[in-house]
Design a binder for this molecule. Sequence first.
Ligand code: CDP
Ligand code: MG
Length: 136
Amino acid sequence: MSERTFVIIKPDAVRRGLVGAVLSRYETKGLRIVTLEQRRIDADLADRHYAEHVEQPWYPPLREFITSGPLVALVLEGDAAIDAVRGLNGATDGRRATPGSIRGDYSLSNRENLVHASDSPESSAREIGLWFPGLS
Ligand code: CDP
Ligand code: MG
């Protein structure tokens, strides 16, 4: 069944010139870009996006990182898109992510791991509403 998922190409990927390489993974998989925007976010949006993590000891440096420069926010659509994109992204810790995944190929960090993607239909709906409130 076709579904939508919310993705961030994080500031490390933008700084490293990997936006095209990352987008290419999603497009060649067969996912469609519904909307895409480069922007820089403030701490308030960071806290709302990462609401489930704000009490973690590692959240302050994550907030610092995610607000440190431009990122690319997008919505992807396709069959089972939520799980498909999580699979393409790979495990959270780039040092341990499987080679062939985006994080496994391009990241050696548990924080600067290039990408975010929604982990469930509920988080997808919440995140798309938060980042792209105008999207029907
Ligand atoms: O992004 P994902 O859903 O795979 O992982 P998460 O456990 O929901 O954590 C969200 C993000 O926090 C990660 O993608 C990392 O960028 C960051 N993180 C961190 O900075 N330090 C940790 N110990 C764990 C996660
Ligand atoms: Mg998560």
